[in-house]
Design a protein around this ligand. Structure first.
Ligand code: SAJ
Length: 411
C-alpha cells in the first residue's frame, strides 16, 4: 500500500486520515497548528463526532503519525489536501490561499511520481487556474513528475464516519491509471461506488451538490414566509407535499450555516454572475433568515407583552444539531445583527459549546432557564428534545419545529 500524507487535520482531514490508517494504509497527518498536533499526539481530539474516538484508537494501533513538519518523515507517495477554502466576501470568488500554500509545501519535498489529491471543495477551474501553473512554476512536469487529482469530500457532520464508509465518491484526474491508483487507496475503507472522471467535472459536481441543497432549503424558507403571511402551517404543507413520490422539500430554519452550504454556491455566483440568478437569489433568501427570526421575535415580544428583554434566551450556537461547530451559524449571524433590533445582548446557551464565547453565555442549562422567560430554539440538539419538559412554562419560539405537541411560536 502506498504511503499517504493527509494535510489539514480539521473536520474532513482528521476523519479521513484516521479512516485510512485504521484500514491499514500507512498515514501521516500534517497540520501547521502545532497545538492541534500536540493534542492529537496526546490522545485529545479537537472536535466531537459520533464514532471518532473509536476510529482514533484504531488508527493509533495502526501507527498513524501526526506532525506539524513536512520534513520530519520520508516523503509520501500520495498527498491528500483537506484544508479550508473560504470565499472572498466581496468578489464572491474562492480564496485558494490555503490550498496553494499546502501544494507549495508538498512541492518542496516531493519526489518524482508523487500524486497530489485535493479533497477540499474548490470552485470549478481552480486546479487549471491556480494549481497547475504553480506546479509548472516550480519546475515540475504535470503528468510526469507530479500528478494532480481531485477527490472532493461528501461527508455530513454528525454522521461522518458512517458516510465516509458508505457514500459514493468521485475522483477527477487527467490520467485514468492515476485515478485508479487513488481509487484503490479510497477503496481501503469506502464501500460506495467510486466514479472516475475528469478534474473539472469532479470540481463542478461537488459544488453543484451543495448548491442544490442550498436552493432546496431556500425554497423551504421562502414557503415559510409565504405560508406565515397567510396563517398557514408550512410544516404540515411540506409534510403532505413530500408524500408525493417525486417531491422532497427540505425544512425551513433560522438560516444556513456551516462552512459548506453557505459558502460553495458563492463560488458559482462569483465566477458566473450573469448565469447564476437562481443560485444567487437562494443565497440571499437563506442569508435573510436571521433577520426574519428577529422580525418574528419582535412580533412575539409585542404579542406577549414581555417588558424585560434581558430575559430572552437563545438556545443553540452551533450551525446545526448535535455538532460542536459554530462556523457561520445562524445564531452567530443573528447576534451580529442584533444591536439595532433589541438594543441588548441576548442570553445564550448551547450544550455542545463548552468554551465561553459571549459574556451572556451560560454553561448550566437550569441556570439559563431560571434567567429567561422566552426561549428561542435556534438549534434542535437532541439535548433540547430530551428536555422539552423543562421549558414548558416558558414562552417558546421554535425555529426548528421540534416542539410538536406544545404551545410554541413557529417561524
Ligand atoms: N438546514 C436547514 N434546513 C434543512 C437542512 C439543513 O435549514 O432542511 C441548515 C442546517 O441547519 C445548517 C445548514 O443548513 O445550518 C447546512 O447543514 P446541512 O446538514 O445541510 O449540511 P452540512 O453543511 O453539514 O454538510 C453539507 C453536505 N452536503 C450535502 O448534503 C449536499 C455534506 O454532504 C457535505 O460533505 C458538506 O456540506 C461539505 O463539507 O461540503
Amino acid at each position: 500500500m502506498k504511503n499517504v500524507c493527509v494535510i489539514g487535520l480539521g473536520y474532513i482531514g482528521l476523519p479521513t486520515a484516521l479512516m485510512l490508517a485504521s484500514s491499514g494504509v500507512p498515514v501521516t497527518g500534517i497540520d501547521y497548528n502545532t497545538e492541534l498536533v500536540e493534542s492529537l499526539n496526546h490522545g485529545k481530539l479537537s472536535f466531537e463526532e459520533k464514532g471518532l474516538e473509536n476510529l482514533y484508537k484504531k488508527a493509533i494501533e495502526r501507527n498513524i503519525k501526526f506532525t506539524d513538519s513536512y520534513t520530519e518523515n520520508d516523503p509520501a507517495e500520495v498527498y491528500i489536501i483537506a484544508v479550508p477554502t473560504p470565499y472572498n466576501r466581496k468578489s464572491k470568488k474562492i480564496d485558494p490561499k490555503y490550498v496553494i500554500s499546502a501544494v507549495e509545501e508538498v512541492l518542496k519535498i516531493c519526489e518524482k511520481g508523487t500524486v497530489i489529491t485535493i479533497e477540499s471543495t474548490i470552485s470549478p477551474g481552480t486546479i487549471d487556474k491556480f494549481i497547475k501553473p504553480l506546479i509548472i512554476e516550480h519546475g515540475f512536469k504535470i503528468g510526469e513528475d507530479i500528478h494532480i487529482t481531485h477527490a472532493p469530500e461528501r461527508i455530513i457532520p454528525g454522521n461522518m464516519i458512517y458516510e465516509l464508509e458508505h457514500n459514493s465518491r468521485v475522483i477527477g484526474c487527467d490520467d485514468k491509471i492515476i485515478g485508479e491508483e487513488i481509487k484503490n487507496i479510497y477503496s481501503s475503507f469506502c464501500k460506495g461506488e467510486i466514479v472516475i472522471t475528469d478534474i473539472r467535472t469532479a470540481e463542478m459536481t461537488k459544488v453543484v451538490e451543495n448548491t442544490f441543497r442550498d436552493i432546496n432549503i431556500a425554497f423551504a424558507n421562502e414557503l415559510c414566509k409565504i405560508c406565515g403571511n397567510d396563517g398557514l402551517d408550512v410544516y404540515e404543507i411540506i409534510r403532505i407535499a413530500n408524500m408525493h413520490p417525486r417531491i422532497n422539500i427540505l425544512s425551513p430554519g433560522p438560516g444556513v450555516g456551516g462552512h459548506c452550504i453557505s459558502v460553495d454556491p458563492w463560488f458559482l455566483v462569483g465566477d458566473y454572475p450573469e448565469l447564476s440568478l437562481l443560485i444567487h437569489e437562494a443565497r440571499k433568501i437563506n442569508d435573510s433568515m436571521p433577520d426574519f427570526v428577529l422580525e418574528r421575535l419582535a412580533d412575539i415580544i409585542k404579542e406577549t407583552g414581555i417588558k424585560d428583554k434581558s430575559r430572552i434566551g437563545l438556545y443553540g450556537l452551533t450551525y446545526k444539531e448535535d455538532v460542536d461547530d459554530i462556523r457561520e451559524s445562524p445564531t452567530l449571524q443573528l447576534l451580529r445583527k442584533i444591536d439595532g433590533h433589541l438594543g441588548m445582548p441576548l442570553k445564550v446557551y448551547d450544550p455542545m459549546v463548552k468554551k465561553n464565547i459571549f459574556e451572556s453565555q451560560y454553561q448550566d442549562f437550569d441556570k439559563f432557564l431560571k434567567d429567561i422567560d422566552l426561549i428561542v430554539i435556534m438549534v434542535g440538539h437532541s439535548h433540547i428534545k430530551q428536555n422539552l419538559g423543562k421549558i414548558k412554562d416558558k414562552i417558546i419560539f421554535d425555529t426548528r419545529n421540534i416542539c410538536k405537541d406544545m404551545k410554541a411560536y413557529k417561524l
